[in-house]
Design a protein around this ligand. Structure first.
Ligand code: HEC
Length: 201
């Protein structure tokens, strides 16, 4: 298994931890430029290194509204190396500059984190999925989120898997009440899987 993606997620996590002043306490290591190797195996699962609350945001919707007119839907007009080789603190600063400047839609800290994660995923060609909200439904939870085009989303909680249903606006999945304290979101496309971990309320 390639360590490149695990490393890049580690640095992103550290960056995010320093950026939002939230619960994560990982000290920030120097961020190596993330460089997915062209020869890395098709199936790549990034390590889970942080637990985050639902974003309440929707980075893909935001990107479509404020960034896509120049960078293309989901960054399709980006060059091969675009956003890929930027150290993550610089990527975050660039995304903020873009949001304030050409995007004309400044964002707060937590949305900026989600937008930086999306930008990083686009740049490293990893599938992107985000949990926007988790709410009570009946005795369990309903989890809502966004994901890139053709990304398959599966939730993993309490050792079981729950496929997400696609909606017009994103995806949704039901979890039983006894799922524990966290849920993992597995985003898969073209044999690559990105795993992120989210806090249940
Ligand atoms: C009006 C067109 C325009 C809009 C809208 C726009 N950008 Fe950009 N973006 C550019 C141009 C031109 C560059 C290259 C020059 C520069 O960095 O300023 C760039 C560079 C970038 C880079 C740096 C890539 C690299 O590897 O150096 C990132 C990341 C980025 N944009 C993200 C975004 C995001 C996120 C948004 C939405 C908030 C956005 N951009 C909105 C035109 C735009």
């Amino acid at each position: 298994m390639s360590t490149c993606h695990a490393l890049s997620v580690a640095s992103l996590t550290a960056l995010l931890a320093s950026g939002c002043g939230g619960g994560a306490t990982t000290p920030a290591p120097p961020s190596p430029a993330s460089q997915p190797s062209p020869t890395s195996p098709a199936a790549t699962t990034a390590a889970v290194l942080s637990v985050r609350p639902p974003t309440g945001f929707g980075a893909l919707t935001y990107f479509t509204q404020h960034c896509a007119r120049c960078h293309g839907p989901e960054g399709q007009f980006w060059g091969e190396k675009y956003a890929r080789d930027l150290p993550l603190d610089q990527l975050r600063a660039t995304v903020e500059r873009m949001a304030v400047g050409p995007g004309q839609a400044p964002v707060d800290d937590a949305p900026l984190t989600a937008l930086t994660e999306l930008t990083h995923a686009i740049g490293t060609k990893m599938p992107y999925a985000e949990v926007t909200a988790i709410e009570r439904r009946g005795t369990g939870w309903v989890v809502d989120g966004e994901a890139g085009t053709e990304v398959r989303v599966t939730l993993e909680a309490g050792g079981r898997h729950y496929p997400a249903k696609l909606l017009d606006s994103g995806w949704e999945a039901d979890l039983p009440a006894e799922s524990g304290q966290t849920v993992d979101v597995l985003a898969t496309k073209n044999g690559r899987t990105q795993r992120t971990r989210w806090k249940l309320p």
